[in-house]
Design a protein around this ligand. Structure first.
Ligand code: HEM
Length: 316
């Protein structure tokens, strides 16, 4: 079996992150500019990160379903499709994006510098959809005040949760990622008692201790996002959510980003949150958090990013 090198999807939570989503303009030269960027990306990352390797700079590139078709690679990852809008008790929109850059580092300047280099290479060839600069907030808390990321898988469980294996052998070592930008109504959230907030999340706010199962509300966030396969094994994803905002514009948000070896996992969690399980028993975080974007990307292995740069067919 040929070894594959995955993009650094298994990375830990960092101090800073920049999330960029964009569409590639329709011209053949626009697509070529994107291919060229794919070829240059490893050396750009090396050049910026070498200035201080301790900053831990990484960049993941994800590709949307429409762009994948335009790249004419000859094969399509089994789970790749446009993000599916959800019309439940609350609405999860599907918004346009061909490419995701998920840039992470322990220092904001490293993220900023790499983002600037990438965007200057793509100038004229793309339409920016969104740029969000995330930051670490106290003890990895989101802006609702709860520690976010505690129950992420680690070790072998992490690898199994996020990387495609032999079930889609051509795309082994790849991953899928779903992103959603949420805006919070912090006035409404802060008007609730801490006990009510804890009931909604399913954990204690200050200590981050999880409630025992028999004390959790049926609509608690950690009940609705806890899903199993037919044998009762938990199906996990990796989240690297980041707070962002602009106090003077009264903007407070969470950028949700979830990696998994199959998008169905995150989609099931989203259905439970937005429609409810059973329907109507929805996630009350959504009463104070509005999803304004929704995108799904495939994250190819590094060899596959290189093949895309060269315009080669993907054969496995
Ligand atoms: C406004 C957006 C969101 C906020 C503020 C938020 C916040 C949190 C917090 C505070 C926790 C508990 C600590 C932890 O284990 O990380 C948590 C857990 C979790 N969240 Fe979210 N979350 C959001 C959206 C989502 C979405 C969209 C998904 C998936 C589609 C998701 C999936 C999960 C999962 C799988 C867990 C772990 C549950 C467990 O097994 O205990 N979250 N989230």
């Amino acid at each position: 079996m040929t070894p594959v090198v995955s993009q650094p999807v298994e990375g830990a939570l960092t101090h800073s992150a920049i999330f960029i989503t964009l569409t590639v303009n329709q011209g053949a030269d626009d697509l070529q500019k994107f291919r060229d960027l794919c070829g240059d990306l490893p050396s750009l990352i090396r050049a910026v990160s070498f200035r201080s390797p301790s900053a831990g700079l990484t960049c993941i590139v994800g590709l949307g379903a429409d762009l994948w078709q335009r790249l004419e690679t000859g094969a399509t990852p089994a789970g790749l499709h446009p993000f599916r809008e959800i019309n439940g008790v609350h609405h999860a929109p599907s918004t346009p994006a061909d490419v995701l850059f998920h840039i992470r580092a322990s220092r904001t300047d490293f993220c900023f510098e790499l983002a600037a280099e990438i965007m200057s290479r793509l100038e004229g060839a793309i339409t920016l959809q969104d740029e969000t600069q995330g930051f670490k907030f106290f003890d990895n808390r989101d802006l609702l005040g709860f520690v976010d990321g505690t129950e992420n898988p680690a070790g072998l469980a992490l690898t199994e949760a996020v990387l495609i294996g032999d079930e889609d052998a051509v795309f082994r070592g790849g991953s899928y990622v779903i992103t959603q930008k949420y805006m919070h109504d912090l006035t409404a959230w802060k008007a609730m008692t801490v006990e009510r907030q804890e009931q909604i999340i399913g954990r204690q706010k200050l200590s981050d201790i999880e409630f025992p199962d028999d004390k959790k509300a049926s609509y608690a966030h950690n009940v609705l996002t806890n899903i199993n396969d037919a044998e009762g094994n938990q199906l996990q994803i990796l989240r690297d959510n980041m707070p962002f905002g602009s106090p003077s514009h009264k903007e407070f948000g969470t950028y949700f980003i979830g990696y998994s070896c199959e998008p169905e996992r995150t989609e099931r969690m989203l259905n439970n949150m937005f429609i409810g399980d059973p329907p109507g028993n929805y996630d009350r975080i959504l009463d104070v958090s509005n999803a304004v974007t929704g995108c799904l990307f495939f994250v190819p292995s590094t060899e596959m990013v290189d093949a895309i740069a060269q315009g080669e067919k993907i054969t496995g």
